[in-house]
Design a protein around this ligand. Structure first.
Ligand code: 2P0
Length: 351
């Protein structure tokens, strides 16, 4: 048997508070605005990827959840694999003692422990785990920031899953994308009281893919220019809220930005609907929950956000999670939900 090289890496899903929606360069995947997300830290929503290089392999091959997938020449998978292979070539060229295996074909197996493409950011964790596993396979000296630039070219949101905690993806201005990378704004422990509750309303595959939907928005929505103008201020304000651990401010901005993203989706021609009746009822419940607190002179106690699908993510301080779960269980028959998880923070706080 020939000598082979193998490495495994895992990356979690991230959920954006300031949404990425629109590209200024579709090939390099450069966004029209910066975005900011929270990387989920428990084990429920992760991609785990094993990469192996072996002289006996005859072509690069990938299996996603046990099914053979195509690596199209010039496509996103081959862009990431080629970039990582080139980085290994540089290591081999610079160090005569380095093992020479950059020219071996690779076999890659990737597994998600959650439904793929149901608006639960599977491409984010998937490409982050792919790039990270290849970096380990090729023993590259690359930093997470360097890897984020490569993962971004697989799927934009993937660049944020290379970091834990609170993560910003800087839109950048360079035409080659060299300054469009992710960086950590604060580690999870800086705000360990923050929790995220995922309400899986549906695990069906979504109707309009993010990739197609966002470019239709760029091309047809007049509201989109207004969104681009407000996002930089929101990025600054939410970063300040995270550093100050100001949940009220964090919640206000997160909910506004989710609503703004779904508004530009609706303003797209033809319109894109990601929310369903259950999603809208969750918005009403969280709004009412916050109103009662605000009317009593208190602060917001929870924040909803929705990605390109009907599933809700509710951010809240740990002390409120049990109450929120009880409220949701009271208002909805259990069959409205496939599952609920509390995923950010060290403990399972479902109660
Ligand atoms: C986000 N989403 O910031 C936003 C919010 C969906 C709604 O990033 O074309 O799958 O692969 O770069 O990364 C989904 O977009 O799109 C996304 P591509 P991606 O999380």
């Amino acid at each position: 048997m020939s000598k082979y090289f193998q490495a495994t890496a895992s990356a979690p899903v991230n959920i954006a508070c300031i949404k990425y929606w629109g590209k200024r360069d579709t090939k390099l995947i450069l966004p029209t605005n910066s975005s900011l997300s929270v990387t989920l830290s428990q084990d429920h929503l992760r991609s785990t990827t094993t990469s192996r290089a072996d002289p006996s392999f005859t072509e690069d091959t990938i299996w996603l959840n046990g099914k053979l997938d195509e690596i199209k020449p010039g496509g996103r998978l081959s862009t990431c694999i080629d970039a990582m292979r080139r980085a290994r070539e540089e290591v081999e060229d610079a160090d005569p003692k380095a093992e020479k295996f950059s020219q071996c074909k690779v076999h890659i197996c990737s597994y998600n422990n959650f439904p793929t493409a149901a608006g639960l950011a599977s491409s984010a964790s998937g490409f982050a785990a792919l790039v990270y596993s290849l970096a380990k396979l090729y023993q590259l000296p690359a930093s997470p920031k360097d890897l984020s630039i490569i993962a971004r070219q697989g799927s934009g949101s993937a660049c944020r899953s290379l970091f834990g905690g609170f993560v910003a993806w800087r839109e950048g201005t360079a035409p080659d994308g060299s300054d469009s990378f992710a960086e950590q704004v604060a580690p999870e422990i800086a705000w360990s009281d923050m929790h995220a509750l995922i309400c899986v309303v549906s695990d069906d595959k979504k109707g309009t893919s993010s990739t197609a939907g966002m470019q239709r928005t760029v091309e047809t929505s007049t509201l989109f220019e207004q969104r681009k103008a407000v996002v930089p201020g929101r990025m600054r304000a939410i970063t300040e809220a995270i550093h100050k651990r100001d949940f009220d401010q964090f919640a206000e901005i997160t909910m506004k930005d989710s609503n703004s993203f779904h508004a530009v989706a609706l303003d797209t021609d033809p319109p894109i609907f990601y929310l369903n009746d259950v999603s809208r009822a969750i918005i009403a419940i969280v709004t009412e929950y916050n109103r009662v607190s605000l009317d009593a002179g208190g602060k917001r106690k929870a924040a909803y956000t929705f990605d390109a699908g009907p599933n809700a993510v509710i951010y809240a301080p740990k002390e409120n999670i049990k109450e929120i779960v009880e409220m949701i269980v009271e208002y909805f028959p259990q069959e409205s939900f496939k599952d609920t998880f509390a995923l950010f923070g060290k403990e399972d706080v479902r109660g």
